[in-house]
Design a protein around this ligand. Structure first.
Ligand code: GAR
Length: 206
């Protein structure tokens, strides 16, 4: 198989993971998802991986210290030695050691226009609640490199959606998620094509 090897980390439904798998299967991007790892034994992303014949593993964090859990993750990641690690709805915050080890090859998708509406506690529906409360007329999604400041790493690419006056958290989340499914595989494709640059804390796509 040609292309870059990607490992995806997810904790939930895995629709973002699915968007990458679909793009790989359709040959839209020169990448393969080598492994899915989840920390949640009940996550639907496991079913998705199984259905697509993708190697997957469950590394439950419960009962382990943050570092113990990360050591197990590192062991699995290092077996594959991926070109890219994608956090796709992975609901864990990493230690500085872990982030440093994979700096430059680990990216995250966030359901808002960073640097707004990011940081600890800003995940899932909390983000959309905050956007609706703010009165902002646009929201969107961001893909960024992971650094030790939660959600604040160099931004690689973003997409916008309108916020409508009668939006609920669900309607806004759905509109943003649709864009996530376009943006995330596109960014993985940029990596596959060697178009992503990172220098002095800034990222850009050539
Ligand atoms: C996505 O909206 C993703 O942006 C968000 O979790 C959802 C996962 O959906 N991530 C965060 O909030 C991280 N701060 P999925 O499980 O269907 O891919």
């Amino acid at each position: 198989m040609s292309g870059i090897d990607v490992v995806v980390l997810a904790s939930g439904s895995g629709s973002d993971f699915q968007s990458i798998v679909d793009a790989c299967e359709a040959d839209e991007i020169d990448a393969n998802v080598a492994l899915l790892i989840t920390n949640n034994p009940d996550a639907y992303c496991i079913t998705r991986a199984r259905e697509h014949g993708i190697q997957h593993g469950v590394l439950d964090h419960r009962g382990l210290s943050r570092r113990e859990h990360e050591k197990k993750l590192e062991k699995e990641l290092d077996k594959i030695d991926p070109d890219l690690i994608v956090l796709a709805g992975f609901m864990r915050i990493f230690t500085d050691d872990f982030v440093e080890k994979y700096y430059g090859k680990m990216i995250n998708i966030h359901p808002a226009l960073l640097p707004l509406f990011g940081g600890p506690g800003m995940y899932g529906e909390h983000v959309h609640h905050a956007v609706l409360d703010s009165g902002m007329k646009v929201s969107g999604c961001s893909v960024h490199f992971v650094t030790n400041e939660v959600d604040m790493g160099p931004i690689i690419a973003q997409r916008c959606v309108p916020v409508k006056h009668d939006d609920s958290v669900d309607t806004l989340a759905g509109r943003v998620l649709e864009e996530e499914h376009k943006l995330l595989p596109k960014v993985v494709g940029y990596f596959a094509d060697g178009r992503v640059n990172l220098e002095d804390g800034k990222a850009w796509v050539e």
